[in-house]
Design a protein around this ligand. Sequence first.
Ligand SMILES: *Cc1c(COP(=O)(O)O)cnc(C)c1O
Length: 371
Amino acid sequence: MISPRIEIDLSKIRHNTRCLVELLKPHVITITGVTKAVCGDPAVATAMLEGGVAGLAEARLSNVKRMRQAGIKCPICLIRSPMLSQLDEIVLSCETSYNTEISVIAGLAAAAIRAKTIHNIILMVEMGDMREGIMPEHLVAMALHVVKMPGVALKGIGANFACLSDLAPKATTMAYLSTLANEIEGACGAFVGIVSGGSSANLPWALGPDSKGRINDLRLGEAILLGVDPVSGDQIGGLYTDAFTLIAEVIETKVKPELLPFDDPSPALPRLVPDTNLTARSILAIGLQDTDVTGLTMPEGVTFVGATSDHTVITTTRSHLSVGSEVKFNMKYGALMRAMTAPYIAKVILGDTPLPEPYPAKRSGPWLTLV
Ligand SMILES: *Cc1c(COP(=O)(O)O)cnc(C)c1O
């Protein structure tokens, strides 16, 4: 079979989505499925829709176009602030976009008028992640501006947490986001329909005991795709962590002398050293040009040694990997994102298979030591 490849189990993605939709339902929070890590793969997007997401969100217009060309008709929201150079296409492909710059909103309004449509605006508020966002003290003025602008409609507000920073959101910050929605309504008279409370990092808050206030939507990518909480890295109970499997082929296996200890105090890449006696070293035909190799979860008995552009070296204790055999890996988010983007890796959609029970909520597999 073609290799390297990613096998994508759509039934697990559908299951994960359905579980999260059900978990959030009592809190009256809907899910917007985020497809950027899979480059807008239409099959994955469709599995999210079948699992019950309210709509889809993408960071890149090219991925939105890919989904539209595949016939996906649901509302799609652009979650990265639009580029001025793409506004005409954005109003044709996306019902809604997240915005922080008035010049961009004015451009979207003009593009929407040209296209004889109305484009929905969600204003992103800075809540401490320090990536995109309008400073809270400027939000109401910006909202007033948008409400008065023909061609666009103020649909809601949103915030980001634990994207650039790795700080999980606090209950007080989330309550402040709700207050801001009320303030906008008081000042503009416009109903703030969507209060989008963040990404997968916000799930522990959303499922926790604190009041949800006005937050009624979460934008989830990683939790659906990988079944984990991005902040802790822990599995979310009942979800599959192996909807995606990366498979690479062995191109060399030889017994070689044991690695000498590294004496370079600052290696360019974090490297991992085995804590077992070496028996054999194998080379996989996959490398840094394909994925974030440090984000691969090694199978039992396999230890990561190092990687270059096109090669990944592993050692094995339990089995001898013959040339031509395949090794399977689970991926962390960064590895998944880069592998899905790599043109060298085939993407193979698995047909619907009967599902085994998800693993119990604990870490599985050996953990490696970064040195
Ligand atoms: C990527 C992204 C998300 C989804 O993040 P996950 O951690 O994959 O859930 C949500 N919102 C914005 C603005 C994003 O850029």
